[in-house]
Design a protein. Sequence first.
Length: 233
Amino acid sequence: MDKALDLIEIVAGAESAPRLSELADAAGLHRATAHRVLADLLRRGWVQRDGDRYLPGVAVLRLSRTAATDALVALAGPVLRGLCERTGMMVNLQVLETDRARVVDAVRPGRLAMITDLVGEALPVHRFAGPLALVAALPEAARAPYLRVAEADLHPAEALRADLAAVERDGYALEHGRADSLVASLSRAVPAHPRCALTLVGPDREFGPASLPALLAALTEACDALAGLLEGA
């Protein structure tokens, strides 16, 4: 077990993909032993080969993503609860993925039990405020995969680009009833961490012009607070 862990750590921490001889030397192993252990790690996805060099495998990458998400959820938990108490709205935390945004946590007040929290769901950019806020925070060149999902769903590309431009200009995304006619959502990307966003979700009638400034102020403060926590993590 120690030999396998040593080799995984060496591969994961290497500045350039090492060869078998380099791994054996770094781990203090005979080449035959290192080769045997690496064969087991290859089979289980902890390393992968590129010619005669070794790279971190999908198991390491998957574990890294999961650990990062779990750490973000733990760190953001108090911020979500505080924002929920302050606004009376459901609050969710979303992270940007390859072509959608995934809801990784949510805090929902009892009065909104009828609204699904969507935890674990991957949301497309053209239907929800969270992914809209996140994609608008990306450079133009990085938006293409998200736009392709919308186009495949026959959503007009020009309309989506106009929505993204408005979010980029205003700094927040507001959706009225696109996914559910009775539900609205308000979202902001976390400053300096544009791959995660906080979103307020609640009855559409409660996101009108009179209440929107207070909701946006509370959301902005929460995003800033989470950014500060992430900077200090």
